[in-house]
Write a protein that binds this ligand. Structure first.
Ligand SMILES: Cc1cc2nc3c(=O)[nH]c(=O)nc-3n(C[C@H](O)[C@H](O)[C@H](O)COP(=O)(O)OP(=O)(O)OC[C@H]3O[C@@H](n4cnc5c(N)ncnc54)[C@H](O)[C@@H]3O)c2cc1C
Length: 360
């Protein structure tokens, strides 16, 4: 991991090795190389253990569970046969490109277009902040197909990195997540065969919305694991560090603050597990997923902030893991929908006819 941080990118070999050992895309059918079991708990364990091993910048889950399922849910049999096996094995790396310089939270504001031209389509536009953007071989790109009449008519098309007209920008320099490659992508008159369109070329927006609950659950799982890791790192430090003749852990302030966080993180874990169980039953709603993601991001943030504070000056030094955790955690309240957007989703239901209390 330290070398990947220096390089600003995860080694492609890590995907291949994860694939060889069965840790990438566990859910596809056995005929495509997977286990054929989409129980989200497999993914949850991989996410939690990756975080525990201090490898959370290895965005294998973006590949495995955030992008890969688009092939399963919206792809034809031919597309599944073509795209799934090399992704399960880690030979090909996946990314998803929705965000543009002028459109993030408000995806309907995107400018990238996909226009039909005889027996194929032509893709034009650009995307930014794309995770795995430098490593990716296959990128699912969202583009408008009827921009004049319907801002929500969008297609999801598969761009292959060797297609003419495809270019990557630089690996963007970020505040944290230093080992994760995040890039701008450019599409200049790319010819997209019809066979590379997933599902109905007008329904991409609807498809993306369908995937968002799971994306937020993935975020919540990762963030609650990161909060727990920051808690453990801080706990160890304050038990060892001495001030005024006793361990920092012996100060009542430290005990109260850590007790508050322990209670918050435990409750978060229970809610995340509840959402995982609902998801496995096909019952996870957008609102529940938004609640989990909102709380996970905010609790992680409170924990890393406390962690830095309890480390004192050491918390400000890169050589201490809590410093990196603090910098990496800042994205959690923005990525996969900002905390404000999560509140918007929850707030809409609170004041709607569909409102039900937790116990109903
Ligand atoms: C490290 C990193 C990795 C990323 N990876 C990917 C990726 O792989 N693929 C991809 O497509 N995108 C990716 N993104 C983009 C990410 O999803 C967006 O940055 C995010 O959705 C926010 O969009 P934005 O940056 O345009 O912010 P904006 O939408 O411009 O928001 C700016 C501020 O306005 C607030 N705001 C916006 N609308 C409202 C509203 N209606 N009510 C209240 N407040 C509002 C927001 O909450 C935020 O505080 C990544 C971003 C980062 C930084």
């Amino acid at each position: 991991m330290p070398q990947w941080r220096k390089n600003g990118i995860v080694d492609r070999d890590a995907f291949r090795k994860a694939g060889e050992n069965g840790f990438l895309m566990v859910w596809p059918d056995e005929k495509y190389g997977g286990l054929g079991d989409s129980d989200f708990r497999f993914e949850q364990i991989i996410i939690e253990e990756t975080c525990r091993a201090d490898c959370h910048e290895f965005f294998a889950t973006v590949h495995s569970r955030l992008v890969g399922p688009y092939f399963e849910h919206f792809g034809s049999d031919e597309q599944k046969e073509r795209f799934l096996p090399p992704c399960v094995s880690g030979k090909k790396i996946l990314a998803i490109a929705m965000t543009e310089p002028g459109a993030g939270s408000d995806l309907a504001g995107m400018k990238t277009t996909l226009r039909q031209d005889g027996d194929h389509y032509i893709l034009n536009g650009s995307k930014t902040y794309i995770s795995n953007g430098i490593n990716a071989d296959l990128i699912i790109v969202a583009a408008k197909t009827d921009p004049e009449n319907d801002p929500y008519a969008m297609a999801l098309c598969v761009v292959e990195s060797d297609m003419q007209g495809f270019a990557r920008g630089q690996n963007l320099e970020k505040m944290g997540l230093k080992a994760q490659d995040t890039a701008e992508l450019f599409f200049n008159d790319i010819q997209i065969p019809k066979d590379n369109i997933l599902g109905d070329p007008r329904k991409g927006f609807f498809y993306m919305m369908q995937g968002l609950a799971e994306e937020r659950l993935i975020g919540a799982t990762q963030m609650s694991a990161a909060a727990r890791k920051a808690f453990e790192v801080t706990r160890e430090y304050v038990m060892e560090r001495r001030a005024f003749g006793k361990a920092v852990a012996d100060q009542q302030n430290t005990q109260f603050k850590m007790a508050e966080m322990e209670a918050e993180i435990d409750m978060l874990q229970v809610f995340v597990d509840h959402c995982v169980a609902l998801h496995n039953q096909g019952k996870l709603t957008a609102v529940k997923a938004a609640k989990a993601k909102l709380q996970a991001a905010e609790i992680e943030w409170r924990m890393v902030d406390l962690g830095v504070q309890l480390h004192g000056g050491a918390g400000y030094m890169h050589e201490y893991p809590i410093c990196r955790m603090f910098l990496d955690a800042r994205i959690s309240r923005i990525l996969a929908g900002t905390s404000e957007i999560m509140k918007l989703i929850i707030g809409r239901e609170v004041f709607s006819e569909q409102y039900k209390s937790f116990f109903e």
